[in-house]
Ligand binder design. Structure first.
Ligand code: UTP
Length: 291
C-alpha cells in the first residue's frame, strides 16, 4: 500500500513544558490513556503505509527504544501466567514496523533533528510525524498527505486554521488555493506576529517531504529562537520544488503542553465507555454535572 515507506519521528526535544516529569521520562512517553503519546503517531504511520520508522532521539530517551523493542522477560512472565492477550499486545508493539534510531546530540531545533535522519531518508519522499500532535481521523492524516502526493507530486504539509491569538506559535503559510482544501504554498513564516502573518493557516505536525529538503537543511542558518527551523528549509525548498498545503480532515490533540495533554486525555476518555462513565460519575459527585 502506498508509495511512502519511511517515516521520521523527531523526539529529541527537552520537553521543558512538562518539567519535572520530563527530567527522566521523555515527553513522548507520557501516557495518553493506556499508551505513550508516541505510540499513536507510529500507529498512524503504519496505517499510512510506512514499514520503516526512524526515531531521532537524544539523551534520556532510552525509554522510547525499550518501548518499541521486544521485552523478553515481561513476555515470558505473561506467558507463564497464561495472560495470552496481554502477551500478544506487548509483542504487537515491537512488530508494528522496522525501527531505527539516530541520535541528535544537542537539541538544535526541528530542522536539525530532521537533518539527523538524512542517512535513512535520503532515497525518496518520506513522512515526518511530530509525536506531540496526536491526530484522530478516519483516514490517517499522513495517509491523506500521501494520497495528495500520489495525485499531484511534490511535498505536502498539513495545514490547520488557527485563531489570531495562536499564529505566533506556528509556522504560517502564504498560499494560493488549488482545489478544495488544497493550497500551493507560496511562502512560510515561522512564529510571526499577528501583523506579519500572511494568513491563519498554520503548519502542524505532519509533513511529507522531498529528499531535496536535506540540501536545504545543510545550507540553513539558525532562525527563530536560534534553532534550525524546518519551516525555513521548506521555505527554501519552495524555490525549486512544489510544496502543497492540505487542510486535513481530523482532530488534532496537541499533547505538547500540560493543558493540551489534559484536554487530549479527557477527549480520549470520552470515547471510552468505562472512562467516560468514570468521568461523569466524578463530575456528578462534585456537583458539577446534574444528569
Ligand atoms: P517542541 O518544541 O514542541 O518540543 O518540538 P520540545 O522542545 O521537546 O518541548 P519544550 O518546548 O521544551 O516543552 C516538537 C518536536 O520536535 C522534537 C521534539 O522532541 C518534539 O517531538 N525536537 C525539537 C527535536 O527532536 N529536536 C529539537 O532540537 C527540537
Amino acid at each position: 500500500m502506498g508509495s511512502i515507506t519511511k517515516c521520521l519521528f523527531p523526539a529529541a526535544g527537552l520537553g521543558t513544558r512538562f518539567l519535572p516529569a520530563t527530567k527522566e521520562i521523555p515527553k513522548e512517553m507520557l501516557p495518553l490513556i493506556d499508551r505513550p503519546i508516541i505510540h499513536y503517531g507510529v500507529e498512524e504511520a503504519v496505517n499510512s503505509g510506512c514499514s520503516d520508522v526512524v526515531f531521532v532521539t537524544g539523551r534520556g530517551k532510552r525509554a522510547i527504544e525499550d518501548y518499541f523493542d521486544r521485552s523478553i522477560e515481561l513476555e515470558n512472565i505473561l506467558l507463564e501466567r497464561g495472560q495470552k492477550e496481554l502477551y500478544d499486545m506487548v509483542v504487537a508493539v515491537s512488530e508494528m514496523a522496522r525501527f531505527a534510531y539516530v541520535r541528535q546530540s544537542e537539541p538544535l531545533g526541528l530542522g536539525h533533528a530532521v537533518l539527523c535522519g538524512e542517512q535513512f531518508c535520503e532515497s525518496g519522499f518520506f513522512g515526518v510525524i511530530l509525536p506531540d500532535d496526536v491526530m484522530i481521523a478516519d483516514t490517517p492524516v499522513l495517509r491523506q498527505l500521501v494520497e495528495l502526493h500520489e495525485r499531484l507530486g511534490g511535498s505536502v504539509v498539513a495545514l490547520e486554521e488557527v485563531s489570531p491569538g495562536e499564529v505566533s506559535r506556528y509556522g504560517i503559510a502564504r498560499v494560493e488555493p488549488q482545489e478544495d482544501g488544497v493550497y500551493r504554498i507560496l511562502d512560510l513564516i515561522e512564529k510571526p506576529s499577528l501583523n506579519e502573518a500572511p494568513s491563519r493557516l498554520a503548519v502542524v505536525g505532519r509533513y511529507l517531504l522531498s529528499p531535496r529538503i536535506f540540501h536545504h537543511l545543510h545550507n540553513l542558518r539558525p532562525g527563530s529562537g536560534g534553532e534550525l527551523q524546518l519551516t525555513d528549509a521548506i521555505k527554501s525548498l519552495l524555490g525549486e520544488e512544489v510544496v502543497w498545503g492540505l487542510r486535513y480532515n481530523g482532530l488534532r490533540l496537541d499533547c505538547g503542553t500540560k493543558e493540551g495533554w489534559f484536554k487530549a486525555t479527557v477527549t480520549m476518555a470520552l470515547e471510552n465507555g468505562t472512562l467516560r462513565e468514570a468521568l461523569f460519575s466524578l463530575l456528578r459527585q462534585r456537583g458539577l454535572m446534574d444528569v
